[in-house]
Design a protein. Structure first.
Length: 364
């Protein structure tokens, strides 16, 4: 493959943050409010605390297995046969997530912005820069993350600042009125998307040039990303109210449409589309890239780049048949996907750590 790719701990923080925000910023508020009503923002806080716990779990790997990533650890701990079975499972998890993320973008653009454009064309337009980014490698698109991150922050500040005059505090009252059971139940959807999915980032551990800072970077990235999601959920409820948030598939976009300053500054909801598009791009790139690394390990290939073009065609087709419509996806993401994510994001990592500790492997 040539020179090993290398990223700084700061770049890893940004990748974790962008992955966390990803598809979540525009779909999570609705799923939280459907379950927890006006307490959806509290559910987001609970989910974020669980997310930090998961980040702590995932960042245990570099200390126990220095210089190794997820597929290598699976093969070391479980042996070649069982390890490769786990790698196959993780490939399908990463690849399926990439297909779902691509379809999320296509559905949003098709229903809200590019109404007359075929879904297939939207997918192709978005997939081309993704292919280019993965071909260039982790080191290159991590630098792009550094360049685009200030714009993400600026757009988010503009969105929050310009809609602040329209908040209605009665929309979140009574606080905790739905009870603790409902609050914890509502948090599950956000635990599944995106926190359990963060296990994918363990695939890139071998590229972090200061592995001793991995835990700090992971926790910081999750903290910053979850803070954006909490504020987004809170403001969506405060501005739109519970009932309207429940009814809308993309409530964050509707929230942005509320911006109106002196009948002059209006219709700048495109900021949400841009914010979401940037974060979604990195989540798709990381998921697709991780799936190729799994295949590289599985077939002992020298370079994953050989697989980028052929697998992108399969990804394109997979994204078109992934699910029938956006409403179906919301239900799928909060129920069925949670079960899959628990298997890959909690059970398998715990098993690798527990079995590895019993076998005494991976000690430096």
């Amino acid at each position: 493959m040539g020179k090993e790719e290398s990223i700084s701990s700061r770049q890893f923080v940004l990748l974790v943050l962008l992955f966390t925000v990803g598809s979540s910023i525009i779909i999570i508020p609705s799923s939280l409010v459907i379950t927890a009503s006006q307490d959806g923002w509290i559910s987001a806080i609970v989910a974020s605390i669980i997310g930090l716990g998961l980040a702590y779990l995932y960042s245990s790997f570099p200390k126990r297995y220095p210089g190794m990533n997820l597929p290598s650890i699976a093969e070391l701990v479980l042996g070649k046969f069982l390890g490769r079975i786990i790698i196959v499972f993780y490939f399908f998890f990463c690849f399926t997530l990439a297909a779902l993320v691509l379809r999320n973008f296509g559905d949003f653009m098709k229903t809200k912005i590019m109404l007359e454009t075929p879904l297939e064309a939207i997918h192709i337009m978005f997939l081309i820069p993704v292919i280019y980014a993965v071909k260039l490698g982790l080191e290159t698109y991590s630098r792009v993350a550094e360049i685009t991150f200030p714009f993400v922050v600026l757009m988010f500040i503009i969105l929050v600042g310009l809609t602040s005059p329209q908040i209605n505090l009665t929309n979140i009252q009574p606080i905790a009125g739905e009870g603790l059971k409902t609050i914890f139940g509502g948090s599950l959807s956000m635990v599944g998307v995106p926190f359990l999915e963060l296990v994918i980032l363990t695939t890139f551990y071998t590229s972090i040039n200061h592995p001793e800072k991995t835990r700090k970077s992971f926790l910081l990235g999750v903290t910053l990303g979850s803070s954006i999601l909490i504020v987004t959920t809170l403001f969506t409820i405060l501005v739109l109210g519970v009932e309207l948030t429940k009814l809308k598939v993309y409530p964050t976009y509707v929230w942005a449409k509320k911006i109106s300053i002196a009948d002059f500054l209006e219709r700048i909801e495109v900021t949400v589309a841009a914010l979401w598009g940037i974060t979604l791009f990195f989540k798709l790139v990381l998921s697709f890239h991780a799936s190729l690394i799994m295949l590289k390990k599985l077939f002992n290939l020298k370079d994953y780049r050989l697989l980028v073009i052929p697998m992108s065609f399969i990804l394109y087709i997979y994204s078109l048949i992934a699910y029938p419509n956006s409403a179906y996806f919301i239900d799928f993401a909060t129920k069925t996907w949670l079960a899959y994510a628990l298997l890959f994001g909690l059970i398998f990592p715990l098993l690798l750590l527990i079995i590895g500790s019993f076998k005494g492997k991976g000690q430096s």
